[in-house]
Design a protein around this ligand. Structure first.
Ligand SMILES: [Zn+2]
Length: 226
């Protein structure tokens, strides 16, 4: 009775350090079950947040991945809307010829004298897709979307659509890197350019994997014995 307060302080402190140890064990187990897809510091925070309820932590982790994937899907192009491959004559009514597609797109001028785009002095879009290319801006021979001949000899613009990409010109020591939905760059004459475009990494597979593993984890004896 006489040292009640002191004992309470002691026991409170004891509980905290026991919780710490308990979380450490659960965190170790979760990392073993889930692999490197989970960050230890993040796990520690979640364990504290959910008062050590491992089931809620696992659900939170799966939900987090699902949200991340939803965000990427919102950013992704709806390619099913991208089937407007109409005749060139109709496209001619616009101020540019061709269309942009996911990956690298280059805008340039065709020099084929019989080409309608060339006659109208309209810039044309060339779709490269997901690739790495090197070219000198005014010494190209890309295929024209209008006349289909390799007569697009100069490039004035590069546009990356829905891709992780980088662009680097001669003299630039550091390439410009980005992963935005749509990015345009002016291509200057007489320079050599290197362009790279990769598909934006999808998390779908890892989420499925995470769900499988969380189910296994929930039923595992390791978790049950915690
Ligand atoms: Zn042409």
């Amino acid at each position: 009775m006489k040292c009640n307060g002191g004992m309470q302080d002691d026991s409170n402190h004891k509980v905290t350090s026991e919780e710490d140890r308990k979380y450490a064990k659960e965190i170790r187990t979760l990392i073993r079950l889930f692999g490197d897809s989970i960050n230890e510091e993040e796990l520690k925070q979640k364990m504290v947040h959910y008062n050590g309820n491992i089931e809620l932590v696992i659900k939170d982790l799966v939900q987090q991945s699902v949200e991340k994937q939803k965000q990427e899907q919102r950013n992704a192009v709806n390619e099913s809307n991208d089937n407007s491959n109409k005749s060139v004559q109709k496209e001619m009514e616009k101020t540019e010829v061709g269309e942009t597609k996911p990956g690298i797109n280059l805008q340039g001028y065709c020099i084929n004298e019989t080409c309608l785009a060339s006659k109208a002095k309209l810039p044309v879009w060339i779709n490269i897709g997901f690739d790495t290319i090197i070219f000198i801006s005014d010494k190209t021979s890309f295929s024209c979307p209008d006349c289909k001949k390799a007569t697009v000899t100069s490039i004035i613009k590069a546009m990356f659509y829905n891709s992780e990409h980088s662009i680097c010109a001669t003299g630039d020591s550091i390439p410009v890197k980005d992963n935005n939905y749509q990015c345009s760059y002016t291509i200057k004459p007489e320079l050599s350019y290197e362009l790279k475009a990769n598909k934006i990494r999808q998390h779908a597979k890892s989420i499925e994997d995470l769900r499988d593993r969380s189910e296994q984890a929930m039923n595992s004896t390791e978790i049950k014995n915690l």
